[in-house]
Design a protein around this ligand. Structure first.
Ligand code: C2E
Ligand code: CA
Ligand code: CA
Length: 726
C-alpha cells in the first residue's frame, strides 16, 4: 500500500488516502460519498471556476478539508486562512489554460512522501463544452502515480513546470517560447499571452540584451540584473532576472531565464537605508547621509563652477527647555524645528539633524561667490525668523532662537569634514556674538574657535588658580542719592606669559554656561559676595544688600536652593540681604516649576529682580503671576533716552506699570545728570550706572563706602532732604 502525504502550512505531513485503501474505511456523510469510492480524486467546477463538488482527497491537497467550498472559486478559497493559497492560485492558472486550449491538460505535481521520497500526483483538467463551444464544466481528476513509475512526459520538463522557480524559456532573439506555472503566477501572464513576445515587453523602461552582453558580463555565459517587472495588471515590482545561455553558438542560442521577486528584499534594504541614513526622531537626513551628500556634491562639482553652502544651525536655549520641561518636550521642539527647516528648503536641498540640537543645511548654487554669500544670508535670515517664532510645547509657549554658521565650498574648505568644521566654527562665533544671528566662516573665526577651546581650558584652571574676582557696582536711591546696595559683577584676571589680562564676563560667561561650569562658578560668586557683604555690614557701612546675577543653567540646577542657603548661612546673613537677577529669557520653560522655585526663594526673604527688562518678550501675565519684586530697565532704553523720545516714554511707562504691580524699579546704565533727573522725576526707585560709579574691586568699593558714610554723617548734621523710598 502506498501512502501519500501533503505538507501542511505548519510543516507537518498529513496523510492522503491511497488508491488501494478500503472504501469501507471511509465515513460517508451524505449521498456524495460515491466520490470517495473513486480511485484518486475528483473535483467538478462550473464554467467560471466555482467549485461544485470535490472529493475529500482533493480537499486535502489544498488543506481545505474543513472549508465550506461550495460555489467558491480557487481564488476565493485561497483566502481561507489554512488553505495552500499558492497551490490554489496555480490551479486557477492551469484551469484557464485548459479552457483556453479546449482539451484535457495534464499537470504533474510532486508531493512529499513520509520517508521524504517525493511521490507524484497527476492531475488532469478536462473542459466540457456544450453546443456551439459553450463552456459547461471543468472536470479535474487526479491520481497518485505508483512509486517508481516514471511520469508520462519528460521528468525534468515536468519538474520545471511545477517547481517554485519562476522560469521562462527564450529563443535566440530573447523572445519567450515558454513559461512555467510559477512564472505565470508571478507575472499574471499565461504562456498564450506572451508566447513569441520579447521578454523586454514586461520590463519597465525598455531593456535590450544581445548575445554579446553575455560575454561582456564577465560572468561566463550568464547575465544577471535587477529590474522592474510589469505585472499583467500593470503593477510594477522589482525582480532579479538571471539569464543563462543554453548553446554557445550565436545563431542557435536559446536562453533559460528566471525571475526572482525581490520586493521584500528591496523593502528591507529601504528600511536599513532609512535607519542608517535618517534621523529617527525628525525623519531628516542624519550625519552619515549629510556627509554622503556633501561628498557626492564635491566630487560632482569638481569640474563645474558650483558653490555649495553648508549651514550649521544650533538652537539657542534648547538645553534650558530640555532640562526644565523634560525630554518629551525637548523632542517635540526638535521635531517642530525640523518641520520648519524642511518647509523653508527645496527638494534638492539637504536638511539634516547632526545630533542633539544641531541641524545642518546643504544647498548648491551656480552663481559667483559673492552672490552665493548673498543668497546664503537671505536663507539664514529666513531660518532665524522661522526659529524665533513661538513653539507650542506641552501647551506652553516656548521661545528659542538659533545661531547659524555658514561655510561655502570651495572657498572655505575642499572636503566635507573641513566645510562642516568651519561652518561649526562660524556657528560658535554667532553664539559669541550674542546668539540669534548668523556668521560666515573666515579665518578669524578659526582663531576665535581655537581661542574658545583654549578659553574653556583656561577657565577651568582659573577657578583653581583663583583668577576670578568680584567687582561691585553701587546702586543708589534715586531720591536721596544715598547708597542702597551693589550689583556683583564677575571679572577674570587671566595670567599668561607673565602678563595679566582682565577678561570681561561677556567673553566667558557663555562658555561657562555651555560647559556647565557656571554652576560651580555661580556658587563661588554667591559664597564670596555674601561673605563680603557680611564684612561690610559688620564694619557698619550703610548698604543693605548685594544683587547677584544668576544664569538659566544655575537656576534650574536642583542644588540651586541649597547653594543659596549655604551661602547665606556661611556668612550668617538672611535672605533680606540678597537679591537675585534673572533675565526674561530664563522664565521660559516649565512655568509651574519656575514659579515654585521663585516662591521658595521668596520664602527665604530673597528678592527677585528681572534684569534687562524690556528687551525680551516677557508677557504681562508672567509679570502678574510670578513673584517678581524688582524690574531693571535695560540700559538700551536709558542710553537712547532724550526728553520726549520713545525710549524715554517707554522707561516712564515701565516705571508706572511696575509700580502698579507693586514692583520697585531700578534703572541701570545711567551715565548723565539728565538721565538721572528724568528717571527720578518719573519715580524710578534705584539708580545704577557710571554716573555714580563704575563696578569697583573690593578695596575701592570699601573706600567708596567709607566716603559715603562720612557724607552721611555730614548730611545728618544738616538735614535730610529725601527719605529713602525702600
Ligand atoms: P548685566 O547684568 O546687564 O550687568 C550690567 C552691565 O552693565 C555690567 O557689565 C556693567 O559693568 C555695565 N554697566 C553698568 N553701568 C553702566 C553704565 O553706566 N554704562 C555702561 N556702558 N555700562 C554699564 P559687565 O560687568 O561687563 O557684565 C556683563 C554681563 O555679564 C552682565 O550684564 C551679566 O549678565 C553678566 N555677568 C556678570 N557677572 C556675572 C555673574 O557673576 N554671573 C552671571 N551669571 N552673569 C554675570
Ligand atoms: Ca545684572
Ligand atoms: Ca542688565
Amino acid at each position: 500500500m502506498h501512502v501519500y502525504y501533503r505538507k501542511t502550512l505548519g510543516g507537518q505531513l498529513q496523510q492522503l488516502m491511497s488508491p488501494d485503501q478500503n472504501p469501507a474505511e471511509i465515513h460517508c456523510l451524505d449521498e456524495s460519498c460515491w466520490l470517495e469510492h473513486l480511485p484518486g480524486f475528483l473535483c467538478l467546477k462550473d464554467k467560471d471556476g466555482h467549485w461544485l463538488r470535490a472529493s475529500r482527497n482533493y480537499l486535502l491537497v489544498f488543506n481545505l478539508q474543513d472549508a465550506d467550498y461550495l460555489g467558491k472559486t480557487d481564488d476565493e478559497l485561497a483566502q481561507y486562512p489554512l488553505s495552500d493559497a499558492r497551490a490554489l492560485k496555480l490551479s486557477a492558472i492551469q484551469d484557464k489554460s485548459a479552457w483556453h486550449l479546449g482539451r484535457p491538460v495534464k499537470e504533474t505535481r510532486i508531493i512529499a512522501g513520509p520517508d521524504m521520497n517525493n511521490g507524484i500526483l497527476e492531475i488532469t483538467r478536462t473542459p466540457v463544452f456544450g453546443v456551439g463551444q459553450n463552456r459547461l464544466k471543468l472536470v479535474v481528476t487526479g491520481r497518485f502515480a505508483d512509486q517508481g513509475e516514471k511520469p508520462e512526459s519528460d521528468g525534468l520538463a515536468n519538474t520545471l513546470q511545477v517547481c517554485h522557480l519562476n522560469v521562462a524559456f527564450l529563443d535566440a532573439n530573447f523572445r519567450i517560447s515558454g513559461v512555467n506555472n510559477a512564472f505565470s503566477l508571478l507575472t499574471g501572464y499565461l504562456v498564450d499571452d506572451i508566447e513569441n513576445k520579447p521578454l523586454s515587453f514586461m520590463i519597465e523602461g525598455g531593456f535590450e540584451l544581445t548575445h554579446r552582453d553575455f560575454i561582456n558580463a564577465g560572468n561566463g555565459y550568464f547575465w544577471t540584473g535587477e529590474l522592474l517587472c510589469r505585472h499583467k495588471n500593470g503593477q510594477l515590482f522589482p525582480v532579479k532576472l538571471d539569464i543563462t545561455g543554453i548553446a554557445k553558438d550565436n545563431q542557435d542560442s536559446s536562453y533559460f531565464a528566471t525571475l526572482l521577486d525581490i520586493t521584500r528584499q528591496k523593502q528591507s534594504e529601504k528600511r536599513i537605508m532609512q535607519i542608517a541614513h535618517f534621523d529617527d526622531l525628525t525623519g531628516l537626513a542624519n550625519r552619515t547621509m549629510f556627509f554622503d551628500r556633501l561628498n557626492q556634491f564635491i566630487s560632482e562639482s569638481k569640474h563645474r563652477q558650483l558653490h555649495a553652502v553648508v549651514f550649521c544651525i544650533n538652537l539657542d536655549r534648547f538645553k534650558a527647555v530640555n532640562d526644565s520641561l523634560g525630554h518629551g518636550a525637548g523632542n517635540q521642539l526638535l521635531k517642530e524645528a525640523a518641520v520648519r527647516l524642511r518647509s523653508l528648503m527645496g527638494n534638492r536641498d539637504v536638511v539634516a539633524r547632526l545630533g542633539g540640537d544641531e541641524f545642518a543645511l546643504l544647498i548648491s548654487n551656480e552663481k559667483a561667490h559673492e552672490q552665493t554669500m548673498y543668497s546664503a544670508s537671505l536663507i539664514a535670515g529666513e531660518v532665524l525668523h522661522k526659529l524665533s517664532e513661538t513653539f507650542d510645547v506641552n501647551k506652553r509657549e516656548v521661545f528659542i532662537g538659533a545661531s547659524i554658521g555658514i561655510a561655502i565650498y570651495p572657498e572655505d574648505g575642499s572636503s566635507a569634514e573641513m566645510l562642516l568644521k568651519n561652518a561649526n566654527i562660524a556657528m560658535y562665533e554667532a553664539k559669541r556674538q550674542g546668539r540669534n544671528n548668523y556668521q560666515f566662516y573666515n579665518m578669524d573665526h578659526a582663531d576665535a574657535a581655537q581661542d574658545r577651546l583654549l578659553m574653556e581650558f583656561n577657565l577651568r584652571k582659573a577657578m583653581e588658580k583663583n583668577e576670578l574676582r568680584l567687582y561691585y557696582q553701587p546702586q543708589y536711591y534715586a531720591a536721596s542719592r544715598k547708597i542702597f546696595g551693589a550689583e556683583v559683577l564677575i571679572r577674570w584676571f587671566h595670567a599668561t606669559d607673565g602678563e595679566t589680562k582682565m577678561i570681561p564676563p561677556d567673553k566667558f560667561i557663555w562658555i561657562a554656561e555651555e560647559t556647565g561650569l557656571i554652576v560651580e562658578m555661580g556658587a563661588w560668586v554667591m559664597r564670596t559676595a555674601c561673605l563680603q557683604l557680611k564684612k561690610w555690614l559688620d564694619e557698619g557701612y550703610g548698604l543693605r544688600q548685594v544683587s547677584i546675577n544668576v544664569s538659566a543653567r544655575q537656576f534650574i540646577d536642583d542644588q540651586f536652593l541649597k547653594t543659596v542657603e549655604d551661602a547665606l548661612d556661611g556668612a550668617q546673613l538672611n535672605g533680606g540681604n540678597l537679591e537675585l537677577e534673572l533675565t526674561e529669557s530664563q522664565l521660559i520653560g516649565d512655568i509651574k516649576q519656575i514659579e515654585l522655585q521663585l516662591h521658595r526663594l521668596k520664602k527665604m526673604g530673597i528678592k527677585i529682580a528681572l534684569d534687562d527688562f524690556g528687551t525680551g518678550y516677557s508677557s504681562l501675565s508672567y509679570l502678574k503671576n510670578l513673584p517678581i519684586d524688582v524690574l531693571k530697565i535695560d540700559q538700551s532704553f536709558i542710553r537712547e533716552m532724550t526728553m520726549g523720545s520713545k525710549d524715554a516714554r517707554l522707561a516712564a511707562t515701565i516705571i508706572q506699570m511696575g509700580h502698579l504691580l507693586g514692583q520697585k524699579i531700578i534703572a541701570e546704565g545711567v551715565e548723565t545728570e539728565q538721565q538721572l533727573m528724568y528717571l527720578t522725576h518719573r519715580g524710578c526707585d534705584i539708580i545704577q550706572g557710571y554716573y555714580f560709579s563704575q563696578p569697583l574691586p573690593v578695596h575701592k568699593m570699601t573706600a567708596l563706602l567709607v566716603s559715603e558714610a562720612q557724607t552721611g554723617i555730614e548730611e545728618s548734621k544738616t538735614e535730610t532732604l529725601f527719605e529713602p523710598k525702600f
